[in-house]
Ligand binder design. Structure first.
Ligand code: ASP
Length: 423
């Protein structure tokens, strides 16, 4: 059986078991709560997420050095980077716009009841644009790697790769060493994602055993508005770009992206999903390493269409809840700031909500508004993370196609890069 099928089985059986446990009921003290849900299932889920996270820094660093080394001489790096960055920002701005339109049509905030999970929220300082830009340059690349600072790692790897390509025989020798390490790391990720069905099972069991459905019922209109906007973005915007600009089959694309999307859904972290996304984009979709090694980590770090959608809907919801009228200029402002906020959102669970403070502050809405929606954010985080990851794959594929870096034979082969039980 292939991996996608096994992940799906893990997901559905975890969901059902979680719901069953929720029905039976448990407490922190009894064996079901203490030993099974908070013990075994929580440990299983964490081990899975950590085993993906352990791959992120070495994989991004090594594959990007290889990518930059082989692009270094061709001069196409600037064009490629520009295209990826442009598409990431454009699709995110489009995502917020869709979110605003859907939210204004549905009006989820009128007469809504406040959620109960209020007190947990703590606002955080949002760094300025200047600091964000300055901070892309690492003072110490080793510290950047130790702390997992993705943009710093990306910049250092790019510079190093370019230097390899200009360093003659020495550069060629070390490039070939890095290519070998890259191969080995790809093998390691293929080994580790074998854990995915079990990890996903544990994460889903824990989630559905503990999720508070009453909170979702209370905010059902907000919840469904976010889901609708996410769906429109994935079923209209992505297919349009893939058909018009990448000229590839949309069904094939999404069937290959299922694995990373399922992992993103279960982990709520595009950062943790990054190794799976990178592997899929390279080996299942056929994007050459030159494009994939740059576009995918950059996307996982700055491209969050799903997050931007939640922020757009949440802004309208909060404004309506407090009866505050926003002008057209405010909405334009929201598009700009939510795009920047999603760029600054760390690729881990729940940060999109914290970055929403930045958007609310910009248009003069009360920060406490976030407390209204915090109770339903967990499930929405899962869905928007799956959209974030789909967007990364879509942009990588589109840029690769335009640069003649998409291997159509791999793309059209349903078995390419597939992981089976016996591997
Ligand atoms: N969980 C999201 C991600 O990792 C970020 C967020 O929206 O909170 O992509």
């Amino acid at each position: 059986m292939n991996l996608t099928a096994r992940i799906l089985i893990g997901m559905v059986s975890g969901l059902l078991l979680g719901l069953l446990i929720q029905q039976i009921g448990f407490s922190e003290e009894d064996w079901l709560g203490w030993f099974f849900v908070n013990g075994v299932m929580d440990a299983g889920g964490q081990i899975f997420i950590r085993s993906l996270m352990l791959m992120v820094v070495p994989l991004v660093f090594v594959s990007l050095v290889c990518g930059a080394a082989s692009l270094g001489n061709t001069g196409s790096m600037g064009r490629l980077g520009g295209k990826a960055l442009g598409l990431y920002l454009l699709t995110t701005a489009l995502a917020v716009t869709i979110a605003l339109v859907v939210a204004l049509v549905v009006s989820p905030g009128e007469g809504a009841e406040a959620g109960a999970a209020a007190a947990e929220f703590e606002a955080r300082e949002v760094p300025s644009v200047k600091d964000t830009l300055v901070n892309i340059v690492p003072t110490n690349p080793v510290a950047a790697m130790a702390e997992g600072k993705m943009l710093q790692i990306i910049l250092f790897a790019l510079l190093l790769g370019v230097a390899f390509s200009h360093a003659g025989a020495a550069g060629a020798r070390i490039s070939s060493f890095f290519s070998d390490v890259n191969e080995v790391l790809m093998k390691l990720i293929t080994m580790l994602i074998q854990l995915a069905p079990y990890g996903v099972f544990c994460l889903m069991t824990e989630l559905f055993a503990t999720i508070a459905f009453e909170e979702i019922y209370k905010l059902i209109y907000y919840f469904l508005t976010v889901v609708a906007a996410l769906l429109i973005h994935v079923t209209v915007v992505y297919p349009l770009i893939l058909t018009v600009f990448a000229r590839v089959n949309v069904v094939t694309f999404f069937s290959k992206m299922r694995e990373p999307m399922l992992v993103a859904f279960s982990t709520s972290s595009s950062g943790a999903t990054l190794p799976v996304t990178l592997r899929t984009v390279k080996h299942r979709i056929g994007v050459k390493n030159e494009v994939a090694s740059f576009a995918v980590p950059l996307g996982a770090t700055i491209n969050m269409d799903g997050t931007a959608i939640m922020q757009g809907v949440a802004t309208v919801f909060i404004a309506q809840f407090y009866g505050i009228d926003l002008a057209v200029g405010d909405y334009l402002n929201v598009i700009l700031i939510a795009t920047l906020a999603s760029v600054g959102t760390a690729a881990v669970p729940g940060v999109g909500l914290i970055m929403l403070t930045m958007v609310l502050a910009q248009v003069g809405l009360p920060e406490e508004g976030i407390m209204l929606i915090i109770g339903v954010d967990r499930l929405l985080d899962m869905m928007r993370t799956a959209v974030n990851v789909a967007g990364d794959g879509m942009v990588a594929t589109t840029v690769a196609r335009s640069e003649d870096q998409l291997d159509m034979e791999v793309f059209n082969d349903p078995e390419a890069g597939r992981v089976f039980e016996s591997q």
